[in-house]
Design a protein around this ligand. Structure first.
Ligand code: NAD
Length: 271
């Protein structure tokens, strides 16, 4: 049996908290780091991506020309910022390079670009690349169905530098709850309470964000009944769990037919 050659990965946002871990995970996972891209003006331009990630030099210099970088790669991994996602998705589609998109807080225009790009390239888009959270999504949906009268609320905690709220993962968990209960999330979601908000309605799904310190990412889904409650918590203690998942997704999506895939497909959870 012949095994396929390791994909050449373009890490977009290579100097970021996630980007550095992705460079390290790509090396660890036997991929080739083909390019490391940062925004124009970033302080890390010109530095070696491997050294920046705390490992051995890779001979790959952080650059800002995404179009040129994509030409040398089979797959791109983007963990940047919501404001950058649309242009990066368009660039990957134009270059015909498969994409793993982990950036959260996407605006509607970026979501539209994503759907259009998925007609030309294979894309894995997930709010969370950890195995645990993707299994948690199933568990939470099952609990929501089994406990229809329990109030469902989500509380997420992230480090002080996170710029979007609620987290993409909290949003995804809320979607899973809404879908399991057959309610429209746009109507059911409550993202903050202050003042005379009145009693909680049965269909509400509360999604609350706590920010501070260096917390990588905690999510608790509360099912609150009369005289009892269940709390299901996922705690990420290292970004390496997301980075390893993103690299796994990059291997999986390389050479796949165009489409928009999620982490469930990568992990084989749909089977
Ligand atoms: P960060 O701010 O530490 O890193 C982002 C990096 O992207 C920065 O170095 C920034 O300079 C760079 N960047 C911004 N615009 C760019 C552009 N146009 N081209 C190239 N580089 C650009 O942020 P982070 O903590 O690494 O998180 C990044 C994103 O990933 C956020 O949206 C976060 O919510 C998301 N995230 C997703 C998961 C997941 O599993 N899906 C896990 C963790 C974080």
């Amino acid at each position: 049996m012949t095994s396929s050659p390791p994909p050449r990965v373009c890490v977009i946002g290579a100097a970021g908290r996630m980007g550095r871990r992705i460079v390290a995970a790509a090396v660890e996972g036997g991929c080739l780091v083909g390019a490391a891209v940062e925004r124009a003006g970033a302080a890390e331009l010109g530095q070696d991506a491997g050294a920046l990630a705390g490992g051995a030099p890779l001979g790959v210099t952080v650059e800002s020309d995404l179009g040129a970088a994509l030409k040398r790669c089979d797959v791109a991994i983007d963990f940047t910022h919501a404001s950058a996602a649309r242009a990066n998705v368009d660039a990957a589609a134009k270059a015909g390079v498969a994409l793993v998109l982990g950036t959260t807080g996407l605006e509607d225009a970026a979501k539209k670009s994503l759907a259009a790009a998925a007609k030309r390239i294979a894309i894995v888009h997930a709010a969370n690349f950890s195995v645990g959270v993707n299994v948690l999504l199933e568990t939470v949906a099952q609990l929501a169905k089994r406990l229809p009268d329990h109030d469902a609320e989500i509380v997420e905690v992230h480090h002080r530098k996170k710029t979007d709220a609620p987290s993409g993962t909290a949003q995804r968990l809320a979607e899973a709850l809404a879908e399991a209960r057959g309610v429209a999330l746009a109507k059911a979601e409550v993202t903050g309470r202050a003042g005379q908000v009145g009693a909680r309605s049965a269909k509400e799904i509360g999604v609350l964000a706590v920010r501070g310190g260096d917390v990588v990412g905690d999510h608790t889904v509360h099912f609150l009944g009369l005289g009892e409650r269940i709390e299901v918590t996922h705690r990420a203690t290292s970004r390496d769990t997301f980075a390893a998942g993103a690299v796994r997704a990059a291997r999986w999506v390389t050479g796949r037919k165009p489409g928009l895939y999620d982490m469930r497909a990568v992990l084989g959870l749909d089977a």
